[in-house]
Each structure stands twice: as C-alpha cells, then as structure tokens.
Design a protein around this ligand. Structure first.
Ligand code: DGL
Length: 265
C-alpha cells in the first residue's frame, strides 16, 4: 500500500513534460515529484510504437523501484503507444496519460476548423483516430505533423531563427485552412507559446492539456486517499543522455536544480 508522502513519477521523451510538471506543481504543491527525461532516445515521434513501449516499461519499472505512488505519462506520443500496455502490467497503479485536446477544441471553435500540431506517431495512431471519431464529427480537423521541432526545443534555445522558420512552416497552412483553434498535441510545444503569439492572430485559441492532466492526477490520488499533505521534497531529475545537458536547460524551462542524475536503462 503506497503512502501519501510517496512521490509521483513523471516522464517524457525529453524536456517537453516539464510543461506538465509545472502544472502539477502549481495544482499540487505538496506532491514530491520525480522526472525522467528519456533524452537518450528523443524524439519518440518518429520511433515505432514497439520501441516506445519498451522505453516506457523501463521507466515504469524505475518509478516502481523508487516507490512512486502514481505515474504521469507527460507525453502524447508515449501515451498512444504505451499507456494500455502499462495499465495491463500495473492494473492497480494510478497512471495518467494524455491526449490532444480534440474535445475542448471542437466545443470552442467558431469557424468549425481546428488545427492539430503533434508528432507523426501521435497523428498516425489508432487512438488519435478514435478521438476524432468520438469528438470531431461536426468540425473539420486539419492535422500537422511537426518533425524536427522537438529536437530544436531540446536545445533550450526557444528563439532561434531555425526554430521560428520551421514553426512558421507548420502553422501557416493551418491558418490558411481557416483554423481558429490550435491544439498543441505534444508536451514540448507549450514552450513555443511566445513564438506562436507572434505568428498567430490574437483571436485564434491555443489549447494544451497540461492543466487537465494535473487535475486528473488530483482526482486519481484523491479517490485512493493518496494526496500528500506534508511539504514536498525538491523535484528530482534523471536523464538517459548525459545529465549535464538537462542540467543546463532546466533553468530555462523549469528552475535551477542540482538534482540531475543519470538514468541508465
Ligand atoms: N513530448 C512528446 C509528446 O507529447 C514527444 C515528443 C517526441 O519525443 O517526439 O508527444
């Protein structure tokens, strides 16, 4: 039986999940957080579902060994490939996955055209097709895979001319198609909001699901009597690439942390 004070494990292929980690910390400041950035294997977006499942199994085993009371897959691509597999392996362990915000976007659009920026893996998945079937019958959904974007965000330079140009090329066709609502279907992309604000008219809504994931974690923990009530320990970080790179980027995307260790699995 897990303790209320046990940590929550949060994972992503790299630094994208930090956008979700921030929402979790904002909503649940008493929770102690562990974060695994699978930077040695990023990007997941162009890898096979089987490869991603193997990585997620390793990371889930690691969180289990750390005594985590719950796991958050702060990655859309990992969720479509591996959430069902992990739920089968750990049926009693609270697991929160994430998916592009098609439902709220379909409810919000006035033009009836919604754009989705996500990885190739997410957009090609059966789970995403099912999401469209379920929630997007009355709207037109224009999808845009974004190869190369995650790799540039991983450098921590969020204002480079190269990143701006690549993003512009992905966003322009969605605006030209009449989208008034853009879904950020990858947890790396919320870090692009400042750039997007320069490219997208102010009346275009930009939606991501970080806050909804934090609320879902809160619900699952509350239902099991597992919400922490004491002060949180400092968040601890692991990277499957050499830890120095993550340590350098953390002050840009999170805040200073000495606790970056090597995750060798
Ligand atoms: N951050 C991830 C997502 O939400 C995956 C990015 C990648 O590794 O391609 O989809």
């Amino acid at each position: 039986m897990a303790e209320r004070s046990a940590p929550v494990g949060v994972m992503d292929s790299g630094v994208g999940g930090l956008s979700v980690l921030a929402e979790i910390q904002r909503l649940l400041p008493n929770e102690s957080l562990l974060y695994v950035a699978d930077c040695g294997h990023v990007p997941y977006g162009e890898k096979s579902p089987d490869y991603i499942r193997q990585r997620c199994r390793r990371i889930a085993e690691f969180f289990q060994a750390q005594g985590a009371k719950a796991m958050v897959m702060a990655c859309n691509t990992a969720t479509v490939a591996a959430a069902a597999d992990l739920r089968e392996l750990y049926p009693d362990w609270p697991l929160v996955g994430m998916e592009p915000a098609v439902k709220p976007a379909a409810a919000a659009t006035r033009s009836g055209v919604v754009g989705v920026l996500a990885t190739t893996g997410t957009l090609q998945s059966a789970k995403f097709a099912a999401l469209l079937d379920r929630f997007a019958n009355d709207v037109q959904v224009v999808t845009q895979p974004c190869p190369g974007l995650v790799e540039l965000i991983e450098t921590g330079d969020l204002a480079s001319p190269q990143l701006r140009q690549l993003l512009q090329g992905y966003v322009q066709p969605l605006l030209a198609a009449g989208c008034d609502t853009l879904i950020l279907g990858c947890t790396h992309y919320p870090f692009l909001r400042p750039l997007l604000a320069e490219m997208v008219p102010a009346d275009v809504a930009i939606i991501d699901t970080g806050a909804a994931v934090a609320r879902q974690l809160q619900r699952l923990l509350a239902a099991r009597g597992l919400l922490a009530d004491g002060p949180a320990r400092d968040a601890a970080f692991w990277s499957s690439a050499e830890p120095q790179s993550l340590k350098k980027i953390l002050p840009v995307l999170w805040h200073e942390s000495d606790s970056v260790q090597s995750f060798q699995l």
